[in-house]
Design a protein around this ligand. Structure first.
Ligand SMILES: Nc1nc2c(c(=O)[nH]1)N[C@H]1C(S)=C(S)[C@@H](COP(=O)(O)O)O[C@H]1N2
Ligand SMILES: [Mo]
Length: 334
């Protein structure tokens, strides 16, 4: 099942639905008099109560104000089931907090996410430093339920809340010289044990990049929430990139800078091991990682004795992006 419809007793839709919709749904319910009527309605209003076992979190006003007008289920993953919240928030890669999958959940709480500012600069007519409130303010949120395929060959299905990166880029008016977008994660060694340890090979801060047309593609979003709530720190609060047809490491977390640039920018994993991780990093079952096959993935949750192995799909199943790469040799430009 895609979305669990909460029983009416658990329903808090008055808090998240514009009053007009709330009233008309109530009237409808009154008329129909059955719970089945709820299930038959398209998902107008959902929030964290729509997902089981979501840890509630106090959300800043700039986030909670948006929920009433959020477009829920704007993109759904067909009949694939959503990864439980517990897995999506306790099996993470966020090397700033350590290299073990449990480290981000354990240590990212320390990260200061309020106040938060994002610098948008480079080849744009309107550069600026925005508070997170002002950055997100003009944009309506959508729920995008996307597959996330890590280059390590595990995957999840995550309901993000965010808005198209294209909307932000249009706001700052890229110049004709802008060909790529680069992104940078917050760097605060005092909050980040993984940065202090010097154990990883990463030259901090974590950086990522997209070609401008990839950044402008309607599937590319900046996420501020997941599972109907604000982003947990370990998932990249308060602002992270989600590019569903690329390997997970392109989805840079806790962004403090977005720059429009004319040359292809350096990216963290490509800098560490260019023969293993390319700039594009499109999900591709036919191009293996030098040390393992990319033909299949372990869809979490996946037990040791009952592994849930599914075939990996070209572009992670998001075929609509294929035209971005017409004429490009995807074996060479991996
Ligand atoms: N700043 C930063 N962003 C990052 C990472 C990281 O280590 N640091 N790991 C990446 C990798 S490898 C993956 S698979 C995804 C994981 O996102 P999730 O933990 O929310 O599932 O985040 C990506 N973004
Ligand atoms: Mo990853």
């Amino acid at each position: 099942m895609l979305i669990q419809i909460p029983p009416s007793s658990a329903c808090r839709e008055s808090e998240v639905t514009p009053e007009s919709i709330y009233l008309s749904r109530r009237q409808l319910l009154g008329a129909a008099g059955t719970l089945a009527a709820v299930a038959a309605l398209p998902g107008q209003a959902q929030d964290a109560s729509a997902y089981p076992d979501v840890e509630p979190a106090p959300a800043p006003a700039w986030f909670s104000e948006k929920l009433a007008s959020t477009r829920w289920q704007a993109v759904t993953p067909g009949n694939e089931s959503i990864t439980p919240f517990q897995d999506a928030t306790h099996y993470n890669n966020f090397y700033e907090f350590g290299t073990n999958k449990g480290d981000p959940a354990r240590y990212a709480e320390k990260m200061q996410v309020e106040p938060w500012t994002v610098r948008v600069d480079g080849e744009v007519a309107k550069p600026g430093t925005y508070s997170i409130e002002d950055l997100v303010g003009p944009h309506g949120l959508e729920e995008r339920i996307y597959r996330l395929r890590c280059v390590e060959a595990w995957s999840m299905v995550i309901p993000w809340l965010g808005f198209p990166l294209a909307e932000l880029l249009k706001r700052v008016e890229p110049t004709s010289k802008a060909k790529y977008v680069s992104f940078e994660t917050r760097l605060a060694p005092e909050e980040m044990a993984g940065v202090r340890s010097g154990f990883s090979l990463i030259d901090w801060p974590y950086v990522e990049g997209l070609r401008l047309d990839e950044a402008m593609h309607p599937l590319t979003i900046l996420a501020v929430g997941m599972y109907g709530r604000v982003l947990p720190n370990q998932n990249g609060a308060p602002l992270r990139l989600v590019v569903p047809w690329k390997y997970g490491f392109k989805g840079i977390k806790s962004i403090v800078r977005i720059s429009l640039v004319s040359e292809q920018p350096p990216t963290t994993w490509q800098s560490i091991a260019p023969e293993e991780y390319g700039f594009f990093s499109n999900v591709n079952p036919e191009v293996d990682h030098p040390r393992w096959s990319q033909a299949h993935e372990r869809r979490l949750p996946s037990g040791l004795f009952s592994p849930n192995i599914v075939p990996t799909r070209m572009f992670n199943g998001y075929d609509e992006v294929a035209s971005l790469y017409t004429g490009l040799d995807l074996r060479k430009y991996y």
